[in-house]
Design a protein around this ligand. Structure first.
Ligand SMILES: NC(=O)c1ccc[n+]([C@@H]2O[C@H](COP(=O)([O-])OP(=O)(O)OC[C@H]3O[C@@H](n4cnc5c(N)ncnc54)[C@H](O)[C@@H]3O)[C@@H](O)[C@H]2O)c1
Length: 252
């Protein structure tokens, strides 16, 4: 997998899947822009990459704010000259697990703002830059919840179905412009996001594991591997697709 010298921006890269993806790109010789709302965690990831002689830069950006997304891409271009790969990974879950009739409006607005509007803003600004440079590659982090219904999860489900839809629609628009756009759809993956979900219902860990034929949650580095592959030329005839990484959960 040749990622050497690629300029890669990753949102939500201070933790979980984003941090594992940043680390993997760093190991493969990419120049990694580690972006997160939380600058301290982004800096920790950058230090880790630098310890293994990788190249990385931490940039704070809230993906719900269009101007901050514009500044993130502008800073990357100022520093490195272009954006080869944009990984739109920042995402949150709802705070409450309630059925639709009781779904919290705060959860709705918060989750849609980060997971859906954030991905739209990041795709839009990255595409403007990629059109100028004549090439680009976008990988969006959707979810199994964007492919299959999941109860007690309306805003998250809506946002992730939207990410899959935006991935396919934009891929259709930019195929002729040398820009590929794909998505990964992880199932339950060990991270802060999953820990939060499980802490709200202590019995839930075992219940969820029973749904997974491989009998375990995914690990962030396993999702990172697919993101890096989609970002590399090894997948160069693939666009508008989703890769599901769920230990077989979607089979039933
Ligand atoms: N963990 C899972 O089970 C799972 C499953 C499917 C999909 N996903 C998706 O994977 C992605 C990464 O999640 P994770 O599990 O690694 O979670 P995580 O909580 O470990 O990491 C998410 C990161 O996003 C950052 N973030 C949150 N809001 C932001 C904002 N407005 N702007 C910029 N950064 C922001 C957080 O600070 C955090 O560092 C998310 O899109 C999530 O929906 C996770």
């Amino acid at each position: 997998m040749d990622l050497e010298s690629k300029i890669v921006v990753i949102t939500g890269a201070g933790s979980g899947i984003g941090a594992a993806t940043a680390t993997l790109f760093g190991e493969h010789g990419a120049q990694v822009v580690v972006s997160d709302l939380n600058m301290k965690s982004a800096q920790r990831v950058v230090e880790g990459i630098k310890k293994t002689n990788g190249s990385a830069l931490a940039v704070q950006a809230n993906v719900t704010q269009f101007k901050e997304v514009e500044a993130l891409v502008a800073k990357t271009v100022n520093e490195f000259g272009r954006v080869d790969v944009m990984v739109n990974n920042a995402g949150i879950g709802g705070k409450n697990q309630k059925k639709t009739a009781e779904h919290s409006h705060d959860d709705w607005h918060d989750v849609i703002a980060v997971n859906q509007t954030g991905v739209f803003y990041c795709m839009q600004v990255a595409l403007q830059q990629m059109m100028k440079q004549g090439h680009g590659n976008i990988v969006n982090v959707a979810s199994l919840a964007g492919l299959k219904p999941s109860g007690y999860n309306l805003s998250y489900s809506a946002s992730k179905y939207a990410v899959v839809g935006m991935t396919k629609s934009a891929a259709l628009e930019y195929g002729r412009k040398n820009i590929r756009i794909n998505a990964v759809c992880p199932g339950y993956t060990n991270s802060v996001l999953l820990d939060r979900l499980l802490s709200s219902r202590p019995d839930m860990g075992d219940t969820l594991k029973r749904l997974i034929p491989m009998d375990r949650f995914g690990e962030p580095h396993e999702i990172a591997g697919a993101i890096a592959w989609l970002a590399s030329d090894d997948s160069k005839y693939i666009t508008g697709q989703t890769i599901t990484l769920d230990g077989g959960t979607s089979l039933q």
